[in-house]
Write a protein that binds this ligand. Structure first.
Ligand SMILES: Nc1ncnc2c1ncn2[C@@H]1O[C@H](COP(=O)(O)OP(=O)(O)OP(=O)(O)O)[C@@H](O)[C@H]1O
Length: 302
C-alpha cells in the first residue's frame, strides 16, 4: 500500500520555479539560463550529455546550490525527498537497510516499513546493503526518500546499475508513487534514448536549455538531434505490457493471479511484449528479463 500525502487529492500546486537560473564556479558557467517549473503530480525529466549541468540544476531546485544569476522560488512548506547520484557509504562497514533508512533522520518503524512496502522490498529490512542487487539498492534509496512523504521527489539517475527489465519496473514504480502520493518528480536520466512513459516534460540540457517539451516534441527537435548527432536516433518513450510481473522476492505473479516460484517461458502463462514508440513510429516486441541483455543492446533496437 503506497502512502498518500497532502498533495494526493488536491489540485496541482506550484512547487518550485527556476527563472533564468545559472551557476558559476571558478570563472565558468556550469549551467546558465535555466527556466523550469515543477508542480505537484508532474514528472519533469532532465536529459543531456555528461557534464551538461543536470545534477547542478537539480541542486538549484533543491536549494543545495544557490544560483549566481536568476532566481529560484520554492513553495515554503515543501518537503523534498532526494535520491543522489552517488552515496558515500563505507562498504567495509556493516549497514542494514533499516539503518540506511535512518541515516538522515528519525523514522518510526511503521513509516519505515510502509516505505519499504511501497517500493516492494519489506522482506529486505534487515538485509545488508552491500548484498543488495542494483535494483534492490535503488528501491531502498527510493524508500528512504519517500518515507518522509515528500512533496517533491528528486531522483538523480535512479536506474543506474539496473538492467533493462529492472529499469522499466523502477520507472513503473516511480510513476505509481506519483499517481498515489501526488508528489512532483524531477528525474535525471542518463539514457538519451529512453525516457520514462509518464514524463510530462523533458528538458534537454547542454550547459543551457537545448530544447524542451513533451518527449515527442524533444525527439523531433533539431537541437536535440544536433546535440546528440548519430546517437539521436529517436527518443523512445517506453511503455510495456506483459502478462506477468517479477516480484521483488524472485517469485512470479501471473496475469491470472497465480504465483509461481519460477518463470518458465513454455508454461503457457507468458507473453513477453514491449512496445517502444519511437519517433520512427514503429513498434517492436522484445524478449526481456531472462536473456540478461543489457540496456545498451535494447536501446540499439529502439
Ligand atoms: N562544485 C563544482 N565546482 C566546479 N565545477 C563543478 C562543480 N560541480 C560540478 N562542476 C562541473 O560542472 C559541470 C556540470 O556538472 P553536473 O554534475 O551538473 O553535470 P551532469 O549533467 O549532471 O553530468 P553527468 O551526466 O556526468 O552526471 C561539469 O563540468 C562538472 O565538472
Amino acid at each position: 500500500m503506497l502512502m498518500t500525502n497532502k498533495g494526493a487529492s488536491s489540485d496541482r500546486r506550484h512547487l518550485v520555479e527556476l527563472k533564468n537560473a545559472g551557476l558559476r564556479r571558478d570563472g565558468r558557467w556550469l549551467v546558465r539560463g535555466v527556466d523550469l517549473t515543477i508542480a505537484s503530480g508532474e514528472i519533469l525529466t532532465l536529459i543531456g550529455p555528461n557534464g551538461a549541468g543536470k545534477s547542478t540544476t537539480a541542486k538549484m531546485v533543491t536549494g543545495v546550490l544557490r544560483p549566481n544569476e536568476g532566481a529560484v522560488e520554492r513553495s515554503h512548506d515543501m518537503r523534498i525527498g532526494y535520491v543522489p547520484q552517488k552515496l558515500s557509504i563505507d562498504w567495509t562497514m556493516p549497514l542494514s537497510v533499516r539503518r540506511l533508512m535512518r541515516l538522515t533522520g528519525r523514522l518510526s518503524d511503521a513509516d519505515l516499513l510502509d516505505a519499504l512496502e511501497a517500493t516492494g522490498i519489506p522482506h529486505l529490512v534487515d538485509a545488508e546493503v552491500r548484498h543488495l542487487s542494483g535494483g534492490e539498492f535503488q528501491r531502498a534509496l527510493l524508500a528512504r526518500a519517500i518515507a518522509r512523504r515528500p512533496d517533491l521527489l528528486v531522483l538523480d539517475e535512479p536506474v543506474q546499475g539496473v538492467d533493462f527489465a529492472g529499469e522499466t519496473a523502477l520507472y513503473d514504480l516511480i510513476r505509481q508513487i506519483r499517481d498515489t502520493t501526488g508528489c512532483g518528480i524531477l528525474l535525471i536520466s542518463h539514457d538519451l534514448h529512453m525516457v520514462m512513459a509518464g514524463t510530462d516534460t523533458v528538458i534537454c540540457l547542454n550547459g543551457h536549455v537545448c530544447c524542451r517539451g513533451t518527449p515527442e516534441t524533444v525527439s523531433r527537435s533539431e537541437d536535440y538531434q544536433r546535440l546528440f548527432g548519430g546517437a539521436a536516433r529517436g527518443l523512445a518513450v517506453y511503455s510495456h505490457r506483459h502478462d506477468h510481473t517479477h516480484l521483488p522476492d524472485g517469485r512470479v505473479l501471473h496475469g491470472d493471479g497465480s504465483i509461481t516460484d519460477h518463470c518458465y517461458p513454455d508454461d503457457g502463462h507468458h507473453d513477453h511484449h514491449h512496445e517502444d514508440h519511437s519517433r520512427h513510429g514503429h513498434d517492436h516486441h522484445h524478449d526481456h528479463g531472462h536473456d540478461r541483455k543489457g540496456r545498451e543492446g535494447e536501446a540499439r533496437d529502439a
